[in-house]
Write a protein that binds this ligand. Structure first.
Ligand SMILES: Nc1ncnc2c1ncn2[C@@H]1O[C@H](COP(=O)(O)OP(=O)(O)OP(=O)(O)O)[C@@H](O)[C@H]1O
Length: 461
């Protein structure tokens, strides 16, 4: 049964509300702001119904209901707040709304049904406020002539996405190197769900960016005053994701305490915010992403076995860009279409084939960044976009390949320079391997004065 707190200073009206809600709610009654605040702090209230004009005591201001609304929203943001007033002025209701009231009721309230309608409206409003804070809604531009949903994804991944979205609850782990589109796939699952269920929150957290002091507070919220700087009580990402999707990027980087708390909320839907004993509820679909196999993370002692089991559902593996050569064509065309840049067909083909020759350590994100830099430089210099102007960064090459490439280019200089470089490297190795210069000199069988002059020339003496 839902727990309601009714705040009303007039005794008769309080009795009336009591008779109205009896049997339908577990109720608590308060006549003054102090009583109301105390009950809010101690009784895990879910719904607050407060009069705005609390005037029984002539020393009190007539608008103390505002104070209670503000207190509830700052300290117990999960509580649904309905403001009541017989005041016909719209400004009164607007102020209540600005302070965070989720809905209002015009007094007198005659029937329980009126309250129930107001509760439904308040719930929708609270949910809409959460949606506005959620970070999934981005303008949907149509690039269907290149790829569906503006994403270049294999049919297999699209099938998994549809399945995960349809189930609404099954957990999903997306694997892939950085920049392969893990978050984009998570957002696509969200998009598919909204198509059938209407808008729902999508909260994304990168666990690698959470420092361990803040991780629990960001995920599970905190109570006002729980630590220095905690000025407001917060819901945390877990609370904000209620009825929607929580995307946990780099989940294997979550600290152990957060892993245990996460396991609990995934098991029974309950959690506590930092510094609070109140039990809160949140029910969401979890989508995790990881660049490390979670089973390996369990074996390496970095990830809780139980949490790994709880996350067992659908695993989606995204290939590195270099292993999806056919995707360069649509990805590069998508990039230029989005940027509204026209490129001739033969030049486009050259750009695509040049891009295919790289390794792309940063995958699609890096490809787009390099294309952006390339296009910007050409436009600024008023030059046509030509494939041979594509910049080349070391991270576009395979790890270690950068050094090798520069060695390969080493011959393109005067022979004397190359021979001197070689001579210097041999002398360095000889000095490092021998106990003395004399020993190095003997092994190299050089004239001693030539040997000494070379050491001096290369700064090795
Ligand atoms: N399949 C795709 N089609 C089109 N663009 C994509 C695709 N995947 C990724 N991108 C682009 O690459 C960028 C990076 O993608 P995303 O952030 O989803 O990668 P990630 O795998 O989550 O990276 P990280 O592990 O570093 O968080 C996106 O902003 C998007 O522009």
């Amino acid at each position: 049964m839902r727990r309601i707190l009714i705040v009303e200073d007039a005794e008769e009206q309080l009795q009336w509300y009591e008779s109205l809600v009896e049997g339908a709610f577990q109720y608590f009654l308060a006549k003054t702001p102090d009583e109301a605040k105390h009950l809010l702090d101690t009784e895990a209230i879910e719904l607050l119904l407060t009069d705005i004009h609390l005037t029984q005591d002539s020393t009190l201001s007539s608008f103390e209901g505002f104070d209670i609304i503000q207190y509830a929203k700052e300290n117990h943001p999960e509580v649904l707040v309905i403001a009541m007033s017989a005041d016909p002025k719209i400004t009164t209701y607007r102020r209540a709304h600005e302070l965070g009231a989720d809905h209002w009721l015009k007094k007198p309230v005659i029937e329980l049904q009126e309250l129930q309608i107001a509760i439904d409206a308040a719930k929708s409003n609270q949910y809409l406020k959460r949606l506005k804070r959620s970070n999934s809604l981005k303008p949907d531009t149509n690039y269907n002539h290149i790829c569906e949903d503006g994403l270049v994804i294999s049919d297999e991944v699209r099938r998994y996405v549809r399945g995960v979205a349809k189930s609404r609850t099954i957990p999903c782990v997306i694997y892939g190197e950085t920049g392969t589109g893990k978050e984009e796939v998570a957002k696509l699952i969200h998009k598919r769900r909204t198509e059938t269920e209407g808008t729902l929150p999508f909260m994304a957290v990168n666990c690698a960016n959470l420092n361990s002091d803040m991780a629990a507070s960001i995920l599970f919220g905190h109570r006002k005053g729980a630590f220095t700087g905690a000025e407001k009580t917060t819901n945390g990402m877990i609370g904000e994701a209620d009825r929607g999707i929580l995307f946990l990027d780099e989940i294997h980087r979550l600290d152990e305490e957060c892993q245990s708390r996460l396991l609990r909320v995934l098991n029974d839907g309950t959690y506590q915010r930092l510094g609070d004993t109140k039990t809160l509820h949140s029910s969401f679909q979890v989508i995790a992403a990881s660049s490390k196999d979670l089973d390996d993370a369990v074996i390496d002692g970095e990830f809780l076995m139980d949490l790994r089991s709880r996350l067992t559902g659908v695993d989606i593996h995204l290939l590195a860009l270099r292993d999806r050569p056919d995707d360069f064509d649509p990805l590069i065309k998508l990039f230029f279409a989005r940027e509204n840049i026209k490129v001739s067909e033969p030049e486009m083909d050259r750009i695509i084939s040049r891009c295919k020759s790289y390794y792309w350590q940063g995958n699609i994100r890096q490809l787009f960044n390099v294309l952006k830099s390339f296009a910007t430089m050409c436009i600024l210099n008023e030059e046509p976009l030509e494939a041979d102007k594509l910049p080349e960064y070391k991270t576009m090459l395979a790890p270690g390949q950068g050094a090798q490439k520069s060695r390969e280019k080493n011959w393109q200089r005067p022979m004397k320079e190359s021979l001197e470089e070689l001579e210097k490297q041999i002398l360095i190795k000889a000095l490092a391997s021998c106990k003395s210069k004399s020993e190095a000199n003997q092994i190299l069988k050089m004239n001693r004065s030539t040997f000494d002059s070379r050491l001096s020339k290369y700064g090795l003496d």
